[in-house]
Design a protein around this ligand. Structure first.
Ligand SMILES: Nc1ccccc1C(=O)C[C@H](N)C(=O)O
Ligand SMILES: [Zn+2]
Ligand SMILES: [Zn+2]
Length: 218
């Protein structure tokens, strides 16, 4: 039985995207036929398509692009926390008990906010992460915050408090993860972004490897 869990959305036609953003499209430029030995396609997509990493330049005009971020943040031990039973923004008090039970540094934390991930429709009412929770995670040595929601902040937010708390701490961000089949617990995260110059985000193939004591570890 594999110890790898794929927590990535599938990028394909009809992928739900941020209202007004670029729809995902894959079109062949060459196709295998009598004269042509290969198929080569052209992808058209938003940098924030599906499961993706934000680059600092997405929310900070002076921020680094995707080619300049430290890839180490996206690989290493992580904690999966299930907050799908609560409503509204994810607050420190919702997760204090889970996190305080973990001794040592909490380098990466991924939050499951959906009971069932909306693979085929956009959910504008997704749950944001409260900026105070991010500040509390930074105090615990957190390098990366991840969520199954398409953003850390509410869809209509203009102030982006959560992204700004991340900016101040220099944390890494993963959004659009698929966590509804994952038991809470400790795993190894493997989710490096593509090295794209001038990009404000990059799709990732996000994977978890079972390592720690989880309810589902044999
Ligand atoms: N595509 C967009 C278009 C306009 C405003 C936001 C988005 C986002 O995708 C949000 C992004 N995922 C974020 O990091 O919050
Ligand atoms: Zn994003
Ligand atoms: Zn974001």
């Amino acid at each position: 039985m594999t110890d790898i869990i794929d927590i990535s959305q599938t990028l394909g036609q009809g992928l739900p995207v941020w209202p007004g953003d670029t729809a995902f499209e894959s079109k062949p430029v060459w196709q295998i036929d009598g004269d042509c030995p290969v198929t080569v396609s052209k992808l058209t997509l938003s940098t924030h398509s599906g499961s993706h990493a934000d680059a600092p330049c997405h929310y900070d005009p002076e921020g680094a692009d995707m080619a300049a971020v430290d890839v180490q943040a996206y690989i290493g031990p992580c904690l999966i926390v299930d907050v799908s039973g609560q409503k509204g923004p994810v607050m420190w008090e919702h997760v204090a008990e889970d996190l305080e039970s973990i001794s040592g540094p909490l380098e990466r934390v991924l939050f499951r906010t959906f009971r069932t991930f909306p693979h085929d429709h956009w959910r504008s009412d997704f749950r944001a992460i409260d900026a105070g929770l991010i500040t509390a995670l930074v105090a615990r040595g957190c390098l990366l915050i991840g969520t199954d929601a398409p953003s850390l902040d509410p869809e209509e937010s203009k102030e982006l408090p959560a992204h700004n708390a991340v900016r101040e701490a220099g944390m890494a961000i993963l959004e659009g993860l698929v966590l509804d089949q994952v038991m809470p617990g400790t795993y190894e995260l493997i989710a490096p972004p593509l090295k794209i110059e001038k990009a404000d985000a990059s799709p990732v193939r996000a994977l978890l490897r079972k390592i720690g004591k989880n309810e589902n570890t044999e």
